[in-house]
Design a protein around this ligand. Structure first.
Ligand code: IDP
Ligand code: MG
Length: 140
């Protein structure tokens, strides 16, 4: 059975452009409840660890530099079928390929600077939520 939580970050490009409010509105309007949220900044070491699964990919260095370049918003979201439904809401990695009405179509500028992160499995949603939040910081 699919889990009911996912993890997101509003990435530095979207924070810089004052898109936090617009993105959170799309998230709420799509039926997700925010159960934890933090305005924070990743150190280079934290970004390296968070994106460790991509360490062998050619864009890893660029991704780590970018994700540690400015503040982000990290959040845990709750909804039935959260992981799959949130991936649909954010759209394709490359905004040029993202469907109308998705967050990346509305707010992302490029495949790298793509406005939001969304977990790709229930297992990773738990790992990524635990990376940013202690259990007592999540209020369901
Ligand atoms: P996802 O965020 O849609 O799950 P992934 O393939 O998991 O996409 O890649 C993680 C992140 O790495 C992307 O969101 C994006 O910020 C960055 N990224 C992916 N592909 C590229 C690329 O070709 N060039 C630069 N950055 C990339
Ligand atoms: Mg991914």
């Amino acid at each position: 059975m699919a889990g009911n939580r996912t993890f997101t970050m509003i990435k530095p490009d979207a924070v810089e452009k004052n898109y936090i409010g617009g993105i959170l509105k799309m998230i709420n309007d799509a039926g997700f409840k925010i159960v934890a949220m933090k305005y924070t900044k990743l150190s280079k070491e934290q970004a390296q660890k968070f994106y460790e699964v991509h360490a062998e990919r050619p864009f890893y260095g660029e991704l780590v530099d970018y994700m540690s370049s400015g503040p982000i918003v990290a959040a845990v979201l709750e909804k039935d079928n959260a992981v799959e439904d949130f991936r649909k809401l954010i759209g394709a990695t490359d905004p040029a390929e993202a469907a109308e009405g998705t967050i990346r179509k509305s707010y992302a500028e490029s495949k790298g600077k793509n406005a939001v992160h969304g977990s790709d499995s229930d297992e990773n949603a738990t790992i990524e939520s635990n990376f940013h939040f202690k259990p007592e910081e999540i209020f369901a």
